[in-house]
Design a protein around this ligand. Structure first.
Ligand SMILES: [Zn+2]
Length: 68
């Protein structure tokens, strides 16, 4: 008897939909056409476009455990 709740956006073990970031349109969106970039301070980031409104979007990558 397992009651399966409706899927939630923040459910734990979903496949990684890709990098996400906060857009100027006020939503946390998945970055469309993401490219890996590196900031001048050495931090890794993603650069792409908002999948909702198409605005340029940037997010910090934080999966790498290379934080000193
Ligand atoms: Zn947007």
């Amino acid at each position: 008897m397992v009651h399966v709740p409706p899927a939630e956006p923040e459910a734990a073990d979903v496949a990684d939909p890709g990098p996400q970031g906060w857009c100027v349109c006020g939503q946390k969106v998945t970055i469309a056409d993401p490219r890996e970039v590196t900031l001048s301070n050495g931090r890794p980031g993603w650069q792409g476009h908002c999948s909702e409104c198409g605005a340029p979007l940037f997010a910090i990558r934080r999966k790498a455990a290379a934080d000193s």
